[in-house]
Design a protein around this ligand. Structure first.
Ligand SMILES: O=C(O)CCC(=O)C(=O)O
Length: 237
């Protein structure tokens, strides 16, 4: 279902919008089964930025198991994206994030477009809860209104697995205005590629699994349609 004018206005102002339910229970259960199967194949990546903490991640998950394209092409996902990106939509990436009970690591504050360099910044992420997710098990936090421009990140991360890169330092972010959402499994939040977001560690006794779909206005990043299929509308000529 397309977003209402009020929802679009909220998204444009805040850079973040809860979408409500996008996946039914059966699809959530299948997604968890497919994630588990990938984990057994030992494909998951474990970005180790915090000692004694674990995040289990797989980038571009649909390239390993194309079942996930069922979610990428789900009408609830694409209708929400189309409401803000327009009719021409192209895949960019889809990822899984699994943060185990009591040891799931935090996600530092960041803006996705620091990596994507989309200009104009017409890209969105739809973060879908595969477990019931809220503030207590490491729900993603967003800084409303931060979707106005890039901030040069100053926090150096030395990840033994992924080398050195920079994210936003805590003093670059006014976290007193951060918002997070209570998401039953199957519910989603959409954020703009400039919106600052991050997540606390999972200190709860509940698993925290999420799946993200990253979409671009078709043709924006000049991605090849073989790797990044057109999902709606047409590519610019
Ligand atoms: O789930 C997380 O902790 C990170 C998610 C994220 O960074 C994203 O959706 O862009």
């Amino acid at each position: 279902m397309k977003l209402s004018d009020t929802q679009i206005e909220t998204f444009r102002r805040d850079g973040v919008l809860p979408l409500g339910r996008v996946l039914d229970e059966a699809t959530v259960a299948s997604a968890c089964e497919h994630m588990e199967a990938l984990q057994k194949r030992d494909l998951m990546d474990n970005p180790s930025t915090e000692p004694n903490r674990t995040s289990i991640r797989l980038l571009n998950v649909s390239s390993f198991d194309d079942w996930f394209m069922n979610i990428v092409t789900n009408d609830n996902v694409l209708d929400a994206a189309e409401s803000v990106l327009g009719p021409n939509i192209q895949y960019f990436q889809d990822n899984t994030f699994q943060k185990p009970a009591r040891e799931g690591s935090s996600t530092s504050w960041h803006q996705d477009n620091v990596w994507w360099h989309a200009d104009p910044p017409n890209m969105v992420t739809i973060w879908i809860a595969l477990d019931d997710v809220d503030a207590s098990n490491g729900g993603v936090r967003y800084i409303p209104g931060s979707n106005t421009g890039l901030i040069a990140p100053e926090l150096e991360i030395n990840d033994p697995k992924h080398g050195t890169y920079k994210l936003l330092a805590p003093d670059q972010v006014d976290d007193s205005i951060a918002v997070s959402f209570t998401l039953p499994a199957g519910h989603a939040v959409m954020h703009h590629c400039l919106t600052i977001h991050g997540a606390p560690p999972n200190d709860s006794d509940r698993l925290r699994r999420g799946y993200t779909v990253h979409l671009q206005q078709a043709g924006l990043l000049k991605s090849s349609p073989e790797k990044c299929p057109l999902l709606r509308g047409k590519l610019p000529v």
